[in-house]
Design a protein around this ligand. Structure first.
Ligand SMILES: Cc1cc2nc3c(=O)[nH]c(=O)nc-3n(C[C@H](O)[C@H](O)[C@H](O)COP(=O)(O)O)c2cc1C
Length: 463
């Protein structure tokens, strides 16, 4: 299934549904598996409630939400996007009868679900699209605004046991620490096959102050519908395909992995908390939503490109000279950045590199930055190669920074968690940056270009 999914995703193909998938014991499941839901930019945009052209507007709205002076920024944003205002103001709707609770199973055997084992070296079945819902210890079940929803991959290690891999800086991990402090088991609900707006909100790095559950309403344009879970004190999406309910012990952990990851390599096993499942609730005839993570392209890399486009206005708000920024999906979506700037003064490219590394936490794992001028398209490798070949000197224009924070997944770093970074200034040099006569870019005269275009059109008409 992973091989078929990958081939279809690479060719820009449709959403796939596998009927009668084979389970580990050789029997067939009646539950279809759906993959490639977010396999194209158009489908990710649709999940966010906009056409691809609307993504830049949505990014501007998100930037306004994060603005350092929220009242001003918000007021402006709200007047420009009244529909979004209405959506943010709506409270989730609590319902009594929910599709997701048409079936309630308390003697759960997760082996009956068609959970994929994706790669030959994977440790076992892995839930890849879990929307993990948690709340802090000092909250009440109806305080939806305090909930966190995150997508953290979940390894199945028994009939009713799952490992939750929330990395230490994630919302779910912060909530877990609050329950650990109180030495109390933590209620957790995992929504599987929630509506696309909820799934994408859970994957989106939203400001801490905004609940992903409420935010899903901004994208879908409808009040999120929630229902009390059956065996844990949490509210869950009423229209999801399935919900797994359970408890996470304050102390118990188990070794997670290895699993093939978005870098294209297997992760080393590491210890993460264990969830004991208390119930599985489902719709009648549910679908199981799945995906793989692997060397790009995969669905997360397509979603990442869209999210980076949404983030551009926020980045520009902090570093205004940035025209465009591209994180090539092929470089694992964040390890490399190409930035085009409107260059005005010597040293500006280095300032921009340091600003990106220093001011914005999401770029602390970006180990290569290439800066180009505004006439270079940072999304076009031919343009980048030309700028590097003609405007860059390795001795003068390369900056190496030592011993900076690094992703533990980056096994090329000399030690875990600490590594170098490289910045390459491929901009035109000006002022004190050079003593040489600098090259002048050649361009066809506009009238000659028009003549050529006209001539070619006429020749085409003759054939
Ligand atoms: C398919 C997929 C798998 C992911 N797996 C993990 C994971 O295993 N652990 C993790 O901490 N983040 C993972 N993420 C990233 C988080 O979902 C994402 O950063 C999200 O914004 C976290 O939400 P939070 O800030 O509320 O914790 C994954 C994202 C996707 C799209």
């Amino acid at each position: 299934m992973t091989a078929v999914h990958r081939a279809v995703l690479e060719s820009g193909g449709p959403i796939l549904r596998f009927d009668n998938p084979v389970l580990d014991d050789g029997t067939r499941s009646k539950m279809p598996v759906v993959v490639n839901l977010f396999g194209s930019t158009e489908r990710v945009a649709a999940g966010l409630g906009v056409a691809p052209e609307g993504l830049d507007d949505l990014g501007a709205f998100l930037a306004a939400l994060r603005a350092p002076s929220p009242p001003e920024g918000m007021r402006d944003a709200m007047s420009r996007w009244p529909m979004l205002k209405a959506a943010l103001a709506t409270r989730p709707k609590l319902v009594k009868n929910a599709l997701v609770q048409q079936n309630v199973i308390e003697d759960v055997d997760l082996a009956r679900l068609p959970i994929q084992t994706h790669w030959p070296g994977d440790a076992g079945p892995l839930i890849t699209w879990p929307v993990v819902l948690t709340r802090p210890h000092d909250s009440k079940p109806d305080e939806i605004g305090r909930y966190n929803a995150g997508v953290y991959r979940a390894q199945v290690i028994g009939r009713d046991r799952i490992i939750l891999r929330w990395l230490a800086h994630r919302g779910g991990a912060a909530h877990h620490r609050s329950w650990q402090k109180a030495a109390a088991p933590m209620p957790v609900a995992i929504a599987l096959g929630a509506d696309p707006a909820t799934v994408l909100s859970a994957a989106l790095p939203l400001p801490e102050t905004i609940s992903e559950l409420s935010f899903a309403g901004v994208f879908s344009g409808a009040r999120p519908r929630l229902v009390p879970a059956r065996t844990v004190p949490l509210m869950v999406p009423a229209d999801a395909e399935m919900v797994i309910e359970g408890w996470v012990d304050p102390a118990e952990t188990a070794p997670e992995g290895p699993f093939g990851d978005h870098t294209g390599y297997y992760n080393a096993p590491a210890a993460f908390p264990v969830m004991s499942v208390s119930a599985l609730t489902t719709r009648d005839d549910p679908l199981y939503l799945s995906t793989y993570t692997g060397r790009p392209p995969d669905e997360p890399s397509i979603i990442g490109e869209v999210f980076n486009r949404l983030a551009l206005p926020v980045i520009r708000g902090q570093i205004p000279e940035i025209r465009d920024l591209w994180l090539p999906p092929a470089a694992c979506s964040y390890r490399m950045a190409v930035i085009s700037i409107d260059k005005r003064y010597p040293g500006q490219a280095r300032r921009v590199m340091m600003a990106l590394w220093g001011m914005l936490p999401q770029f602390s794992y970006t180990k290569m930055i290439i800066v180009v001028d505004g006439d270079i398209d940072p999304r076009n490798w031919d343009d980048i190669a030309w700028a590097l070949a003609t405007r860059m000197d390795p001795e003068r224009d390369v900056m190496i920074v030592e011993k900076t924070p690094m992703d533990y997944l980056d096994f090329a770093s000399p030690v875990e968690g600490l590594a170098g970074k490289i910045g390459i200034d491929a901009t035109n040099k000006l002022g004190a940056e050079t003593t040489r006569d600098w090259g002048q870019v050649m361009q066809t005269a506009p009238e000659d270009a028009a003549f050529a275009a006209d001539l070619l059109a006429r020749l085409k008409g003759m054939t």
